[in-house]
Ligand binder design. Sequence first.
Ligand code: AMO
Length: 445
Amino acid sequence: MNSIKGDNFIKISSYSDLKNHDGEVISVKGYIHRIREMTGFSFVILRTARDVIQCVYAPEFSDYRWDSTLSEESCVEITGKSVKNVDAKGNERFELQIHDIKVLSRPAENLPIVINKKQLDGIQLNTILDLRPISMRNPRERAIFKIQEGIQRGFREFLTSQNFTEIHTPKINFAGAEGGTNVFKLDYFGKVVYLAQSPQLYKQALVGVFERVFEVAPVFRAEHHDTSRHLNEYISMDFEMGFINGFEDIMNMETGALKYIMNLLKTEYKEEIELLHADIPEINEIPCIKFMDAKKIIMEKFHYTPSDMKDFDPQEEEMLGKYAKKELGSDFLFVTHYPSKKRPFYTMDDPEDPEYTLSFDLLFRGLEITSGGQRIHDYDEQVAKMKKCGMDPEQFETYLMLHKYGAPPHGGLGIGLERLTMHLLGFKNVREATMFPRDINRVTP
Ligand code: AMO
């Protein structure tokens, strides 16, 4: 029960509290989501932090008299009696018989879009994004980000239970960690520095301190193309763990985290799942396939000729998603042993075949949501690999302190939070699962 006795009435904040106070006079604060005036009575739908509560006005309920200046999006405190109703289908529904409405604030203007329908029908994504501070008031839009909260919460809770330490690493860095050209340069008092592409270098350093670490934080990628799966700023859910026996330990930890997250969503985010018609996957074991075997499947089963034998394009990922679902009965698929040429300098090569790496991606319903793998922990090996990648090890002195002064065998991964949310909710565009997206054309709101 989530209620406190204050003033004269019990204050409640959600629909479930209403149930717990059947027959009692209680008070609740929120936004007026919708008003429906009928003959002789009115409905006021109140939007609270997480749900909507139906309140009914009729003159016989109290001395309070209907205020025809009440407007939608006003903030109010409604006092009334919690009563149970049974609808035509036999469903039990609690509502509040209004005894009083205290107006706490009124909007200065009417909203530019209708937000009090089940979903934002017929409104273009760009308009929804332009108006994010208010479009998110729509219960369905809001539910997307409650689900996203649940994912992060599950990640955090699970890893904490596995003795991981939560860390915060700097976002202004001396070098890009992931290579490539998608790094933002910054003028730092006359010096060139970079926005963090990932917490990679620091999370590895911290394995040398805490053994197991995780971080949920924004990272920055200067993506030059406008695609449905790339953002310039996204939330990366990273972990890194020491004393591993192999990169399979990382995959097992991720499987455990995902199982925990999905169960948490099913148990504590039921209303949001219903609103969004989300299909939350059952996870038992996640199947796993080697990169070159995946290429074979793409060529032989899907008769597709890849343009790049060192990576997958989005269509190939989709094909692998279909294959995993149809033939392996799984929404997820681990692809392991990516070619060394396409993985960053910290990735450990496979000693059995150094053309490939001890690394993996996780595909979810045909989209890469995770990259991870085992890292090089030997100093000489790391320096040699950096040189091979055309890097100057001297510039990475602080990073190499880990290797120089002793590092355990270790590895980790990074999960793109928005991408995971996107495919969990069946969206076509990652921006739908991003509160305030940053892309090549958008830096506001
Ligand atoms: P990687 O660069 O593959 O690996 O990123 C990890 C995951 O982050 C997500 N992602 C993105 N999401 C939205 N917009 C983007 N521009 C974008 N780029 C990446 C994807 C991807 O799988 N340091 C490694 C992780 C590790 O090995 O620990 C890394 O960052 O879901």
